[in-house]
Design a binder for this molecule. Sequence first.
Ligand code: ADP
Ligand code: MG
Length: 266
Amino acid sequence: MASIISVANQKGGVGKTTTAVNLAACIALAGKKVLLVDIDPQSNATSGLGVTPNGGAGVYDLIMGSATLDEVVHATEIDTLKIIPATVDLAGAEVELVSVEQRETRLKQAIQPALERFDYMVIDCPPSLGLLTLNALTGSHSVLVPMQCEYYALQGLSHLMQTLKRVKQSLNPQLRIEGILLTMYDARTSLTRQVQDQVKKYFKDFLLTTVIPRNVRLSEAPSHGQPVILYDSRSKGADAYVELAKEIILRGRRNLGNPSSNLSEV
Ligand code: ADP
Ligand code: MG
C-alpha cells in the first residue's frame, strides 16, 4: 500500500517543487515504486522532470473524471518513477471545483486504484491553501513542510498547522505531519540558526534531521528536465536529497506500528 505524502506550504518559493521532485526521484532510485502527482497549475514539477503532456491528459482530467488513471500516468527517465502531470487547464480547477460534488475528496478517490501499484506517492502542492491543496491534504497520509529560514517563516508555519488541524478534524482524521524540512539552508547566517532554534523549540520532533543547503545545481537541474541526482549526482544538493529520502523511508518504517495522527502534539 502506497504511503501518500503531500509537500505543502502556502508560501511560494520555499522549495516545495524542488523537494517533491528530488525526494520522489531519490526514493525511486532506492528501489521503491514512486508516483509523483503535480497539482500546481504552474506545472513546475512536470517540466522539471522533462515531461510534456502535449495536449494529453493530466491531473485536471483525472480530478474532473474525464480521464482514467492509466491515461494520465506518464513515464520518466527513472524506471521506478512515474508522474501524473499538471496541464494548463488545472488553473481553472480551483474555481470549477467549488460547484462539484465531494469537491475535497476528488483527488483521493481518483488515485485510489494506484495505491497497490506504488510504494510512495508524492504530491506537489500549489502555494495556497485552496481547494487543490485541500484535495491533496485530504488524500494524504502525511504532510512534508519545506520552509526557508526567514523571519516570517514561523508565522506562516503556525497558520499552516491550524489548517492541517482543521483538515484532520473535518476531512482526514489520519493526517500526520511527516516533518518540517529546512531548505536553502545556510549555516553561516545567524538568522538561519535563530529560526532553526525556534522551530526546534516549538515543533520538536517534527523538525527533520536532514537540511537542504542552498546549492546552484538544484536550481539548474529543472531546466535540463532532470532531478539533481541525474543532473549532477556529486553535488551537495543531490547528497542532501539522498539523505532526505533515507530519513523519510526510515520514519515510514517507524510509523508503521503507530499510524494515528500526531497533529495534536503541536
Ligand atoms: P516552491 O515550489 O515552494 O514555489 P521551488 O522548489 O520552485 O519552490 O523553489 C523556488 C526557487 O528556488 C526555484 O528557482 C528553485 O530552483 C530554487 N531552489 C529551491 N531549493 C533550492 C536550493 N536548496 N538551493 C538553491 N536553489 C533552490
Ligand atoms: Mg512549486
